[in-house]
Design a protein around this ligand. Structure first.
Ligand code: GRF
Length: 221
């Protein structure tokens, strides 16, 4: 009999290259999960096409059709719950979440943010990193809390920022890293190696003092 797989619902707003990386990792048997649905708050985005191409249920829930944030989030909770996910994956989902939404999926929702959190929360992270003259930059997988881009940190890919880097060149290199570390962290959940208890992250039952690092294609603990 096949081992039970982790059920995922993936939320997107756009291009969905992280979604694609997850789809590809599943196809390559590197990630033992099933994407039950992909939900976008924007219609006609590339990520929805990617889901359809992979025969995944692709759903649009257009936030502009709702009276307010709370009404949208309530509907989104219902839609997600229909698919009974073990884990909700935010993959470029460009929405601020209500506390109700975050509480509902507490401990079972991951996000990926393109900076070395807690640095550079919010938008335009690559340009802001350049403006700040950082020597290192990166991307973080974290559990979601009700603080924007807050929540317990799990895994960070770290790259060197060069003096000739532009926001575009950083974004490109960081995207490559995202596509490695997001499926990796999700697989840790699938393997029951990763869990969060009282806002503390545990990997293989060991409490993490800080995020695990992925540097030069290696895990550094
Ligand atoms: C990524 O940079 C991710 O870190 C951020 O949103 C972007 C989504 O890109 N949260 P894509 O839609 O997966 O290509």
């Amino acid at each position: 009999m096949n081992k039970p797989r982790l059920n995922l619902v993936v939320l997107i707003s756009g291009s969905g290259t992280n979604l694609q990386a997850i789809i590809d990792a599943i196809a390559a048997n590197k990630l033992h999960a099933t994407i039950q649905a992909v939900i976008s708050n924007r219609p006609d985005v590339k990520g929805l096409q990617r889901a359809q191409a992979a025969n995944i249920n692709a759903i649009t829930l257009d936030h502009t059709q709702f009276e307010n944030r709370a009404a949208f989030d309530q509907q989104l909770i219902q839609e997600i719950d229909l698919h009974q996910p073990d884990l909700v994956i935010l993959a470029g989902f460009m929405r601020i979440l209500t506390d109700e939404f975050v509480a509902h999926f507490n401990g079972r929702m991951l996000n990926i943010h393109p900076s070395l959190l807690p640095k550079f929360k919010g938008l335009n992270t690559h340009q802001r990193a350049i403006d700040a003259g950082v020597k290192q930059h990166g991307v973080t997988v974290h559990y979601v809390s009700n603080e924007l881009d807050g929540g317990p940190l799990v895994l960070q890919a770290v790259i060197d920022a060069n003096t000739n880097d532009t926001a575009e060149s950083l974004q490109q290199r960081i995207h490559q890293q995202e596509h490695i570390i997001y499926p990796m962290a999700i697989e840790w959940v699938a393997q029951k190696r990763l869990e969060v208890i009282d806002q503390q992250v545990y990997l293989d039952k060991q409490r993490l003092e800080g995020p695990v690092k992925w540097i030069n294609n290696q895990l550094v603990n």
